[in-house]
Write a protein that binds this ligand. Structure first.
Ligand SMILES: Nc1ncnc2c1ncn2[C@@H]1O[C@H](COP(=O)(O)OP(=O)(O)OP(=O)(O)O)[C@@H](O)[C@H]1O
Length: 303
């Protein structure tokens, strides 16, 4: 069995009268990418801070690279961790190059990497400009470069794509895939759900400090029993006259089908000679998220 890079067992964290995290369990191994989702105040940042050792759990077990992050022994493994906080801020008077050089020294990372990473995140052209002249997206790119320093084996990224344009977002996910294939474990925390699905292995959805869903997206689709939408072209009138298909019709050209019936329905549709096109849409991460959290604004949970 592979070693757990992160292990949380029955973890609780309270802030005064507020239960910010309640009985959280999580095991992540090398090369695994977890999407961590939840409304504002659900406990995502609190969980990251516990993993980083910035705050201490009230109860339960926290182990990162096999060590309690609160323990002095965790110092050596900290260099293997990259962290992008939600609202990234830097020393505004320093240039991008100076900021990254400073962090490279803190992390004992190779200085050569500073130039490479500035290039990678598309900031070489502005490396000698003070950070105070950077746009929001440029600051975010610098934040990512900072998190990627030192070949991290664990990356905690809080809202990594906020402020990034579509090209930079795509490049960011390419980097995530590369780091994952090099064996890095990654937690991606985001409110921007489209585009993230194909880059995560599992998702955890937090609500009011509790884990309300945890698993691969197919597994969560299964639990939620969200239907697969099949859209047809060319046979619209005929659908309602077919006794096997009519029960699934939601419009003359759309069938909403349980995952378990999908192949049977597609086979049936393929028998229609007039069928010109077929589109199969599996439930998106946003739909899964809605299912588990509903549309309600989550309330803070007092103890
Ligand atoms: N230092 C603190 N003292 C008191 N309460 C806190 C503290 N830090 C966080 N909280 C509370 O704990 C809860 C969880 O906060 P947290 O920052 O972990 O949420 P989040 O899921 O990251 O939210 P967001 O999506 O808005 O960033 C919130 O109700 C927040 O107000």
């Amino acid at each position: 069995m592979s070693e757990n890079i992160i292990l949380l067992e029955q973890v609780n964290k309270n802030y005064q009268q507020l239960a910010a995290l309640h009985n959280i369990d999580l095991k992540l191994s090398a090369g695994e990418v977890l999407g961590l989702f939840g409304h504002n105040g659900a406990g995502k940042t609190t969980m990251m801070k516990l993993i980083l050792g910035i705050i201490k759990a009230g109860s339960g077990k926290v182990a990162v690279f096999g060590v309690d992050p609160q323990n002095k022994k965790a110092w050596s493994s900290r260099k293997k961790i990259g962290y992008l906080p939600e609202n990234v801020s830097f020393y505004d008077q320093l240039t991008g190059f100076e900021v990254l050089t400073y962090f490279a020294r803190l992390k004992s990372a190779n200085k050569k990497q500073v130039v490479e990473l500035l290039e990678k995140v598309g900031l070489s052209f502005a490396e000698n400009r003070p950070v105070k002249t950077y746009s929001k997206g440029m600051r975010q790119r610098l934040g990512l470069a900072q998190a990627f320093l030192g070949d991290p084996k664990l990356l905690l990224l809080d809202e990594p794509t906020v402020g990034l344009d579509p090209t930079a977002t795509k490049e960011f996910y390419t980097s995530v895939d590369q780091l994952k294939s090099n064996g890095a474990t990654i937690i991606l925390c985001s409110h921007i759900l489209p585009g993230i699905e194909q880059h995560i292995d599992r998702a955890m959805i937090l609500s009011g400090g509790e884990s309300v869903a945890m698993g691969t997206l197919p597994r969560l689709r299964d639990i939620a029993q969200l239907p697969v939408s099949i859209k047809t072209q060319g046979i619209n009138d005929a659908l309602q006259h077919n006794k096997n298909l009519a029960p699934f019709m939601v419009s003359p050209y759309q069938l909403d089908v349980p995952e378990s019936e999908k192949i049977k329905v597609i086979r049936e549709l393929m028998t229609f000679e007039k069928l010109t096109d077929l589109q199969v849409e599996t439930p998106t991460l946003a739909q899964i998220y809605q299912y588990f959290l509903g549309n309600s604004v989550q309330q803070e949970k007092p103890l």
